[in-house]
Design a binder for this molecule. Structure first.
Ligand SMILES: NC(=O)c1ccc[n+]([C@@H]2O[C@H](COP(=O)([O-])OP(=O)(O)OC[C@H]3O[C@@H](n4cnc5c(N)ncnc54)[C@H](OP(=O)(O)O)[C@@H]3O)[C@@H](O)[C@H]2O)c1
Length: 252
C-alpha cells in the first residue's frame, strides 16, 4: 500500500482529499496542530471507509522540531512516505487593509516556514525514491490583490519556491507539484466577505487533486479551469492595466 501524508488534513480540502486516498486503498496519514480536530476527522473517515489505514499525528508545522519528529515517527510507525501533500495553512483576510505585522509573522511562520520545514525533512527521507511532494499554494499568489497582502505574499513565495525546487530536487530524484485551487468552500473561505466567483466544494477540489496526483506527472495542478485561466491572463497584464481592472472589479 502506498502512503500519503497530508498536512492540514483535519478539515477542508485536506480532509476531503484524505477521504479520496483512503477510498483508493492508500495508507493515509493526516496531521494538523489540533489533536481534537484530528481525532474527529479520523472517526468521520473511518465511518465511511472499509480501508482502516488512517493515521493521525498532531504536528504544528511552524515548529521545526515537531515537524522533524513527526516525519521520523511516520517513517518508523507507518512506513516510507510516497506522496506528501503540504496543504496546511493559516488564513486571515485583512478586510480593513491595516498593516498588522503580527498577521504577517503568523502567516510567514505557518505557510512559508512550516512548509519549508516539511520539505527539509522530507528530502532526507525521500532521496532517490522518485516520490513526490505537492505544495498547496493559491492563485492569490499569482499577483498582488487588495486585502490579501500577507496571505498572498506567502502563497506567491510557495509558487516561486515550487518552481525553483522543480529544478533543484531533480538531483534527489524527488518530484514536485504545485496545487493552485480557485475558491473552495471551507472554514477558511467562510471568513471572506467578498464575492467568490466559481466557488466549488472541497469534494470537487479533492477529486481534482487525487486524479492529478495519481495520474501522469504534472507540475501545476489548477482548478476550476476557467477561473484559473482568467487569473493566469491577469498575471501577464502590464501593471497599469492590471491595477485599473482590479480596482474596478473589487472597488477597493
Ligand atoms: N479554500 C480555498 O478557497 C483555497 C483556495 C486556494 C488555496 N487554498 C489552500 O488550500 C489549503 C487548505 O485550505 P482550506 O481552505 O481547506 O482551509 P482549512 O479548512 O482552514 O484547513 C486548513 C488546515 O490547516 C491546518 N493548520 C492550520 N495551521 C496549522 C499549523 N500551524 N500546523 C499544522 N496544521 C495547521 C488546520 O488544522 P488545525 O487548525 O487543526 O491545525 C486545517 O486542517 C491551504 O493551503 C489554503 O491556503 C484554499
Amino acid at each position: 500500500m502506498k502512503i500519503v501524508w497530508i498536512t492540514g488534513g483535519s478539515t477542508g480540502i485536506g480532509f476531503a482529499t484524505a477521504k479520496h486516498f483512503l477510498n483508493h486503498d492508500w495508507k493515509v496519514v493526516i496531521s494538523s496542530s489540533n489533536f481534537k480536530k484530528l481525532s474527529s476527522a479520523k472517526n468521520k473517515l473511518l465511518e465511511n471507509s472499509n480501508n482502516k489505514e488512517i493515521h493521525i499525528y498532531e504536528c504544528d508545522i511552524s515548529n521545526r522540531t515537531k515537524v522533524m519528529n513527526t516525519i521520523n515517527k511516520i517513517s518508523n510507525e507507518v512506513g516510507n512516505i510516497n506522496l506528501a501533500i503540504l496543504n496546511a495553512a493559516a488564513y486571515s483576510p485583512n478586510k480593513d487593509q491595516k498593516f498588522l505585522i503580527e498577521n504577517y509573522e503568523q502567516l510567514i511562520n505557518v505557510n512559508l516556514k512550516g512548509t519549508l520545514y516539511c520539505i527539509e525533512f522530507l528530502i532526507e527521507k525521500m532521496q532517490n525514491s522518485n516520490n513526490r511532494i505537492a505544495i498547496v499554494a493559491s492563485p492569490v499568489g499569482y499577483r498582488g490583490l487588495p486585502t490579501a497582502a500577507a496571505y498572498g505574499m506567502t502563497k506567491a513565495g510557495l509558487i516561486n519556491l515550487s518552481e525553483s525546487l522543480f529544478f533543484d530536487l531533480q538531483k534527489y530524484k524527488i518530484k514536485i507539484s504545485l496545487i493552485n485551487p480557485g475558491f473552495i468552500e471551507t472554514e477558511s473561505t467562510k471568513l471572506n466577505s467578498f464575492p467568490m466567483p466559481f466557488l466549488k466544494s472541497s469534494e470537487y477540489a479533492a477529486r481534482k487533486i487525487f486524479r492529478n496526483l495519481t495520474g501522469r506527472y504534472k507540475f501545476e495542478i489548477f482548478f476550476p479551469w476557467f477561473f484559473l485561466i482568467v487569473m493566469k491572463i491577469l498575471r501577464i497584464l502590464p501593471y497599469k492595466l492590471y491595477f485599473f481592472l482590479i480596482k474596478r472589479i473589487t472597488k477597493l
